[in-house]
Design a protein around this ligand. Structure first.
Ligand SMILES: [Zn+2]
Length: 360
């Protein structure tokens, strides 16, 4: 079968015929790939910038891909929730089997760190013609979402982060006098797919959203901001006076110099969500900033990965947005490429990309 593979110790990526025997277990499902999304993690692996990646036991290569949409081809005899022809999205992280969180399906909060992640560490990913997976870790996709459901995995991580935020912010009353979030201002730093998902969810929840980047918006970004009623701010050229004070800052860039200067806008009881990661930048944190965080009860929260319920939550959002913002979702998938072109788009990002997907 055709697969997109990497050697985790070396830079580079290739499309190869691989021979992987996957007998179908009683509670397992054979899935044929339809779309596989490409993200920054995939490119980090391909360009050997991500160091925690490793192949499954017994292999000297790793099949890439963790943003998948597939269709059920065959089910094991004890499978009860899926049938041939169902659309599915697989969960990425699989638990350590030891810690309590992993035992209850919350491997996104694994405490031992001994989890595996499909296409990232210790488990083959989904950039291949077909794969066998446990019924337990396949999320059923409503048929009408099949054109956009490849966005489920990246969105699931955002759904989890927002869920955590709303949980943590129950430490006091955070809603407005009319019980909504319409008096709350959110800065979303970064306008890639994750930033766009945060902007979409926060808009849907009623927040006033400011999308912040160090450059002018692309035509698609401008369109999306306008459709959401959000403001796109170029932090290099537009003065800080354009920004109100913030109840929430979400950083999707991982670049300290992109979001730390904005922290002087944070209101009492506000929250900072850290979602992006990059390498290399050094940035000084002053004791004045620490004092502000303390004196204003500011929450700083990192968030990674998602559980199966967050995948379901992502599909629920896609259902809402299919009627409200289908134009945005369709514009987010900026290109669909055949698998033979995968190496090209994995090595370097196509111009104007929000989300590139491989079409099988
Ligand atoms: Zn665990």
């Amino acid at each position: 079968m055709k697969a997109v593979i990497v050697n985790p110790k070396k830079q580079g990526v290739e499309v190869k015929d691989v021979d992987i025997k996957e007998p179908l277990g009683k509670r397992q499902v054979r899935v044929k790939s339809i779309f596989t999304g490409i993200c920054g993690t995939d490119r980090g692996i391909v360009n050997a910038k991500i160091t925690f990646t490793y192949p499954p036991n017994g292999y000297n290569f790793l099949i890439l891909g963790h943003e998948e949409l597939g269709i059920v081809e065959e089910v094991g005899e004890d499978v009860t929730t899926l049938k041939k022809g169902d659309y599915v999205v697989p969960v990425v992280r699989r638990g350590c089997g030891v810690c309590l969180n992993c035992k209850i399906g919350r491997q996104d909060f694994c405490e031992t760190g001994n989890f595996v992640e499909a296409g990232i560490r210790g488990k083959h990913g989904f950039m291949r013609e077909e794969f066998v997976d446990d019924e337990l870790w396949l999320v059923k996709v409503p048929d009408e979402l099949k054109e956009i459901a490849v966005l489920t995995e990246p969105l699931s991580n955002v759904v989890k982060a927002i869920d955590e935020l709303l949980f943590v912010q129950r430490r006091m009353v955070w809603t407005c006098e009319d019980s909504t979030f319409e008096c709350r201002n959110a800065f979303v730093v970064g306008s890639g797919p994750i930033g766009t998902f945060f902007s979409l969810i926060l808009t849907t929840l009623g927040f006033n959203v400011y999308i912040i980047n160090k450059r002018d918006p692309s035509p698609i970004e401008e369109y999306i901001a306008k459709r959401l009623g959000a403001e796109f701010i170029n932090s290099k050229t537009e003065t800080e006076e354009k920004l109100p004070n913030a109840d929430l800052i979400v950083d999707t860039s991982g670049v300290p110099s992109a979001f730390i200067p904005l922290m002087n806008k944070m209101k009492p009881n506000s929250a900072l969500i850290l979602f992006g990661t990059v390498e290399g930048e050094k940035y000084e944190i002053t004791s004045d900033l620490i004092t502000a965080i303390v004196e204003k009860n500011i929450i700083v929260m990192g968030s990674v990965n998602a559980s199966k319920k967050d995948f379901q939550g992502a599909l629920n959002y896609l259902s809402i947005w299919r009627s409200r913002y289908l134009d945005i979702l369709e514009k987010m998938i900026t290109s669909k490429v055949p698998v033979d072109k995968a190496p090209e788009v994995l090595i370097s990002k196509p111009k104007g990309e929000i989300k590139t997907v491989i079409q099988w």
